[in-house]
Design a protein around this ligand. Structure first.
Ligand code: ADP
Ligand code: MG
Ligand code: ZN
Length: 487
């Protein structure tokens, strides 16, 4: 049986976070009542003319720079002609021969290996409006023009991906970068980050690519992976049964758990691209490009690497904490405050904060696009870990205090005080408690005297129980050993 290798190239449409549309002043907010964000330009009324949105073009340049693309100082808007009710002009304004961003790349990690995926181009275009298909006897299709004219970047990858896992890793990484630079809100559910997956297979060892199917508009990472896996298996089945794969557009049906044909190559559009005569070429000076490059924030991969180097964070924790811009900011703020308050070195401080945030805080964090809500302020985490550092409480109690912080919003030191959680470092009190326990446990004391030193664990457990975990463990150990030897 022939072994096949998948070949995958992705086209991603990402909405840019511009307040207004690409060629008019209508707002781009999601979720407004239908057809309230429209004007003669985005409704294509006769005589209306487009005016390019400089902010959107700058965001697209930043997307290009973050993905190491060659940014063109001169690019051209083109008309992509086709007829559909969600496209009132009868053409979409896009870029064709001269896109804003040329070749770039993105490095992904799969199974611990880094692989470079080529980016063919990133161009700017406007989104179409939205058809809303009714159902039932009186089914009609309604059109909501609010989305029509929203600024998009289309990011086209080279056919460098070789598995569904690689495709998913590429998409996640791409989304993270676009979110960190503030170009996209990463909201797949609201359709602001959508993917078309081109999939083909070829016999292992063959240079030439096989015929591809294009899987349209998949809007979740999980579906992308499933859709690609199923498509690879479908094409293998076709070839193994002596058939040929035809070039076509398919769609993923989650209900049926398979890809379904939408249209074949014969029905494909001829878009008759030509430069839009209503729009001058897009000019972005070299100085402007350099200024935009300088304004780019630190990207997640760079943060991950720096946190490991400078803050002693583990690769795993760094990966988790750099997964969302707000979480990254939270971690950095908590670390900075902890360093300031405790006087610790970055390397010790960062590791501790990363550990606590990753293990405790993240469970209570919810994200919605670029927004995130946290159970407590970063300063409160710094204060809590500071109390551990000073020996006021131990790590176990810190988790207890944190739970109360989440519930009540009170400051850690207030909770420690109110609930009497400070470690008992009063050696007199600890000694008294230990004497009481030793008196009550003659058989365990005898065992200790017989050389069964592991009964120490039993005594420590008793002391901790009696002091509700608040005794300073170091003091307990010292006093316990001293008193046992006196017995
Ligand atoms: P179109 O706009 O018609 O979809 P492109 O030639 O620009 O076409 O290709 C779009 C995407 O398809 C790119 O991401 C590219 O990497 C990918 N691609 C091209 N050929 C193949 C192939 N044989 N198998 C898988 N992906 C492919
Ligand atoms: Mg395509
Ligand atoms: Zn408008």
């Amino acid at each position: 049986m022939t072994a096949y290798e998948p070949v995958i190239g992705l086209e991603v449409h990402a909405q840019m976070r511009s307040r207004t549309k690409l060629f008019c002043g209508c707002p781009t907010d999601y979720g407004a009542p239908p057809n309230t964000h429209t004007c003669p330009v985005c409704l294509a009324l006769p005589g209306a003319l487009p005016v390019p949105n400089a902010k959107a073009i700058e965001l697209a340049v930043q997307a290009g720079l973050a993905l190491e693309c060659d940014v063109a100082s001169h690019s051209v808007f083109a008309r992509k002609n086709y007829f559909y009710p969600d496209l009132p002009k009868g053409y979409q304004i896009s870029q064709f021969e001269l896109p804003l961003n040329g070749k770039g790349h993105l490095d992904i990690e799969v199974d611990g290996e880094t692989k470079r995926i080529g980016i063919t181009r990133i161009h700017v275009e406007e989104d179409a409006a939205k058809n809303i298909h009714g159902s039932g006897a009186s089914a009609v299709t309604l059109v909501d023009f609010n989305r029509g004219g929203t600024p998009l970047v289309e990011i086209v990858s080279d056919p460098d991906l070789r598995s569904a896992e690689e495709a998913e890793a590429y998409l996640r990484k791409l989304r993270d970068i676009l979110m960190f630079i503030g170009v996209n809100d990463g909201n797949l559910e609201e359709g602001s980050f959508r993917c078309d997956a081109n999939v083909s297979i070829r016999p292992v060892g063959q240079e030439e690519f096989g015929t591809r199917a294009e899987l349209k508009n998949i809007n979740s990472f999980r579906f992308v992976k499933k859709a690609i896996e199923h498509e690879i298996a479908r094409q293998e089945g076709v070839l193994q049964n002596g058939g040929t794969v035809v070039q076509e557009t398919r769609t993923w049906s989650e209900g049926q758990g398979k890809t379904i044909s939408m249209r074949s190559k014969e029905e494909a559009h001829d878009y008759r691209y030509f430069p839009d005569p209503d729009l001058p070429p897009v000019a972005v000076s070299e100085e402007r490009i350099e200024a935009l490059r300088a304004a780019l924030p630190e990207l997640p991969a760079a943060k991950r690497e720096r946190w490991q180097r400078e803050l002693g964070v583990t690769d795993y924790d760094a990966g988790v904490l750099s997964g969302h811009p707000e979480i990254a900011k939270y971690f950095e703020q908590a670390t900075r405050l902890f360093v300031e308050q405790s006087g610790k070195k970055g390397k010790d401080a960062g590791k501790k904060v990363a550990n606590f945030v990753q293990a405790e805080v993240l469970r209570h964090v919810t994200t919605d696009g670029l927004a995130a809500s946290f159970p407590v302020a970063p300063g409160a985490i710094a204060e809590l870990l500071g109390a551990v550092e000073e020996g006021t409480i131990n790590g176990k109690i810190a988790k207890k205090v944190f739970a109360v912080m989440v519930e009540t919003g009170s400051a850690p030191n207030v909770i420690i005080e109110e609930q009497g959680l400070a470690q008992v470092t009063d050696t007199g009190a600890i000694e008294e408690e230990i004497r009481r326990i030793l008196d009550a446990s003659p058989s365990q004391v005898a065992q200790y005297k017989d050389g069964k030193t592991n009964v120490i664990g039993y005594f420590v457990g008793q002391v901790m129980k009696a002091t509700k975990g608040a005794a300073n463990p170091k003091a307990v150990n010292e006093i316990l050993l001293r008193l046992l030897d006196e017995q």
